[in-house]
Design a protein around this ligand. Structure first.
Ligand code: PMP
Length: 417
């Protein structure tokens, strides 16, 4: 049994110490985690003491800002176990990173070339590819699925000599499902295509090693792993990034600009047009240091225990359709009440200061294929306690009791999964 203490971890987060949040049960971590004091302070500190733009100006503060950005980049490379800092591009988030990849990698593709996605992807890993498919007349193909849940072991069935890009989740934000990336890698081996992992949820819950995964690109957002909003990481193999055209043009990404032609800066700066989100990068720097001080494997084990127990308890409740599975799950339970609107349940929980997410979770194709309009999603983080989960379960049970007394249920409605 783990000696990890979620209570101790929670004390690092000022939001939970505020009088108005003392009773808060925060189970919306898949949308965004909270920030520890170290991150909040680093952001304030940057603006209070060190604020200056990077690179261009040669003065003390500008130098310090530049050093901070490059040190953060080195930490980001270490966080993902990239080979070099040149493989790390800062973006506004996973969404921007995926848009960069779509816009840059699809240049030069021929009509009829294929991109493989899955039905469980976040909209950020669907819409940019749809836009490119329309622009370049590319074909989108999907990993075979059952009711929207991809069968990643059948990925090989949708690969062929026209497949150029395979962009798949490293963990679903709607169901928590974590594909077996080594099985995905085995099916992609020896094929000349680009493999992208959307690691937005994965990076929050597991120690990531992009070299061990063997992917070509990996994206994630800092705000999912206790860092600030407005900054994301794009990892790409150096040789691939080097040959890709930049997506956005502007200052900071050039070596030399003429009236009709420009030379681009070296990696990774050629992909970072304009002023970077410096306060957020200072916060990210602190987030990496903060995470280094944690036992992340013990934290992951704690989260696993919570999600297993939550599933066990929820399967005991009648009139709930559980869409998530406890196996290979990154800390999410997703379900729909059988006889009530998911929004009503979420509203009920909110009334008890229990924060969950309701809706399609930016995964509309999946939710629709599952035959639902919306689900309720509860997602855990390192500071989530079993007490939080119990408060949530009690409130769901209470909702069901009251709901059942309002509308008597027929004998065939106890169809649980
Ligand atoms: N992919 C997944 C799996 C996500 O969970 C999210 C955030 N919900 C994104 C992409 C997009 O991240 P962001 O909104 O931070 O750009």
């Amino acid at each position: 049994r783990s000696t990890y203490s979620p209570e101790e971890f929670r004390r690092c987060f000022p939001l939970f110490q505020q009088a108005e949040n003392r009773g808060l049960v925060y189970l919306d971590n898949a949308a965004t985690t909270q920030r520890p004091a170290a991150v909040i302070d680093a952001i304030a500190d940057f603006y209070r003491r060190n604020n200056a733009n990077t690179h261009r100006s040669s003065h003390r503060l500008a130098r310090r800002a530049t050093e901070m950005v490059e040190q953060t980049r080195a930490q980001a490379a270490a966080f993902l176990n990239a080979h070099s800092s040149r493989e790390l591009v800062f973006c506004r988030g996973a969404t921007e990173a995926l848009n960069l990849l779509a816009n840059s990698l699809c240049v030069g593709l021929r009509p009829g070339d294929e991109i493989v996605l899955s039905t469980i992807e976040h909209h950020a890993n669907l819409v940019p590819w749809q836009m490119m498919a329309e622009r370049y007349r590319l074909k989108l193909r999907y990993v075979p699925h059952t009711a929207g849940v991809p069968q990643f072991d059948r990925l090989g069935e949708v690969l062929n000599e026209r497949t150029r890009i395979v962009s798949l989740t490293g963990g679903s934000n709607a169901l928590g499902l974590r594909p077996d990336l080594s099985a995905v890698a085995a099916q992609l081996r020896d094929r000349s295509l680009h493999w992208i992992v959307d690691g937005s949820q994965l990076a929050a819950h597991e120690v990531v090693d992009v070299q061990a995964i063997g992917c070509d690109f990996f994206v994630c957002s800092a705000h999912k792993f206790y860092g600030p909003t407005g900054v994301g990481l794009l990892y790409g193999r150096e040789a691939l990034l080097a040959e890709m055209p930049p997506w956005q043009g502007g200052g900071e990404m050039i070596a030399e600009v003429g009236l009709y032609h420009s030379e681009y800066a070296d990696l990774p700066h050629k992909f970072e047009a304009g002023t970077s989100p410096l306060g957020a990068l200072a916060g990210l720097n602190a987030a990496f240091a903060f995470l280094q001080g944690q036992d992340r494997n013990a934290m992951a084990a704690h989260e696993q225990e919570l999600v297993q127990r939550l599933h066990r308890e929820l399967t005991q409740l009648p009139h709930l359709r559980l869409l998530s599975q406890p196996q290979h799950n990154l800390g999410i339970v997703a379900f729909a009440p059988v006889d009530a609107a998911p929004a009503d349940l979420a509203h009920w929980l909110d009334g008890r200061d229990i924060a969950v997410r309701v809706g399609h979770h930016c995964a509309q194709p999946l939710i629709q294929a599952a035959g639902e309009g919306a689900t309720v999603r509860a997602s855990v983080a390192g500071y989530t306690t079993w007490q939080d989960c119990e408060a949530f379960l009690d409130a769901v049970r209470e909702f069901q009791r009251i709901d059942a007394s309002k509308q008597p249920v027929g004998s065939d409605s106890g169809d649980w999964q």
